[in-house]
Design a protein around this ligand. Structure first.
Ligand code: AMP
Length: 400
């Protein structure tokens, strides 16, 4: 369905046209009538499917420009998502009198407060900074009509859950609540009942790990071969932009120092950087000025980098859904993308679970360790034959 076929005011429709949004994506088409009707919603849709605009368009439409108060509240787990989300709302609302604004940790509070005092209709926020303002009575949510939790499963996890409960407890009056996510584990799903009133549930994801436009490559090797293998991979592949994910900040730092020797426009991002640096790297990467980004999972969720052709898991992702979120940074809006994951012996139990649960069809660069464990007899025989022909395998590495 086209945006021109739904009842959008011309100041939004014209803007969408300028943005090149003509056809609604499936999540937009399904959720638009539900959100417009004021119903609560729990929507699970593939990453990169147009979830932000699915929320932002009806949200802008709902706002009353004559009421100088926060009427729309969007809570997101990371600062970068906050910037991205508010950016999309700003574009959609550009020809309207609606003012969207974002508040997030690491940014100057006084500047944020000045803007808030001036009047904001839609507030996008990370939980910590929002709570800060709420505790100090510097903002009121008494006029909120619609509250949105983006990347809801992350926000309902231990660590964020108490914050979210507190934020929602500040909106005592009747309002609409929308939860959006790319993944929703069963244990978290139960918690959504506490936030929602008679909700509609929409799921547009298959059991697959990431958008179907992504090819999933894996390499089983000893950790000491990772560096050589990564450099070889990046040199051989036709990389437009790549994000290389590590499981810890110090690993990001170490890998950055190493990779920098072989590639020029490499940068890194993790929560240990100051906010100014984080924002600058995020923006440069979005604009395509950086080609290689080494990142912790701070860049793993929801961020829309439309030129990312490859995602590399330097470390095997911890937790089942992390693979989905990380690899979802490539293959946005149906574009082709490749995921390449290093697997060491230590990762094998998690690998097996990932492949089964997410129904991935893995392509192995070198040997498939699962095949070996499934067919021990056959493999043993092959292995003993290979001993005399060490170069028979394409990537002949000894696993950990
Ligand atoms: P999201 O899933 O919200 O991160 O969106 C993924 C990408 O799709 C973003 O680059 C959006 O600008 C783009 N997008 C969202 N909706 C549409 C649409 N209806 N037509 C074309 N592009 C879209």
């Amino acid at each position: 369905m086209k945006f021109s076929e739904i009842n959008l005011p011309s100041n939004i429709l014209e803007k969408l046209d300028e943005m090149g949004y003509e056809e609604m994506t499936p999540i937009q088409e399904i959720t638009y009538p539900i959100i417009s009707a004021g119903q609560d919603l729990c929507a699970i849709a593939e990453t990169g499917s147009g979830k932000t605009a699915a929320c932002a368009i009806p949200l802008v439409q709902k706002m009353d420009p004559t009421l100088n108060a926060i009427q729309g509240l969007v809570v997101v787990p990371t600062r970068e998502l906050c910037m991205q989300y508010v950016g999309e709302i700003q574009k959609i609302a550009a020809n309207t009198p609606i003012t969207p604004f974002a508040v997030y940790g690491g940014f100057d509070k006084e500047i944020e407060l000045a803007k808030l005092r001036h009047g904001v209709h839609i507030l996008v926020a990370t939980p910590g900074r929002l709570i800060d303002f709420l505790y100090n009575g510097q903002i009121s949510l008494s006029q909120v009509k619609c509250a949105i939790l983006d990347e809801a499963d992350e926000l309902l996890k231990v660590g964020f859950l108490e914050d979210i409960e507190f934020i929602l407890s500040c909106i005592l009056h009747k309002h609409q609540t929308l939860l959006f996510s790319a993944t929703m584990p069963e244990d978290i799903k139960k918690l959504t009942h506490d936030c929602l009133r008679d909700p509609q549930h929409i799921s547009l994801v298959t059991k697959r790990a990431a958008p179907e436009s992504i090819e999933h490559y894996f390499s089983y090797l000893h950790p000491k071969y990772k560096q050589t293998e990564l450099i070889k991979y990046l040199e051989e592949e036709n990389v437009e932009q790549v994000i290389i994910f590590c499981n810890a900040r110090h690993k990001v730092d170490t890998l950055f120092r190493t990779i920098r020797q072989d590639f020029k426009d490499v940068e890194y991002i993790h929560a240990g950087l100051n906010q100014g640096k984080r924002t600058s790297i995020f923006m440069q990467f979005r604009k395509g000025k950086i080609h290689y980004l080494i990142a912790s999972d701070v860049a793993g969720r929801g961020l829309d980098f439309s030129h990312v052709s490859h995602v590399v898991n330097w470390d095997f992702p911890e937790g089942r859904d992390r693979y989905t979120h990380r690899t979802g940074r490539a293959g946005r809006m149906g574009k082709k993308g490749k995921a390449f994951t290093f697997v060491t012996k230590h990762d094998l139990p998690n690998l097996r679970e990932l492949i089964d649960r997410k129904q991935i069809t893995p392509s192995w660069i070198g040997k498939d360790p699962l095949l070996e464990s499934r067919e021990p007899q056959k493999k043993k025989a092959q292995k003993s034959r290979r001993r005399f022909r060490p170069h028979s395998n394409k990537v002949n590495k000894k696993a950990e």
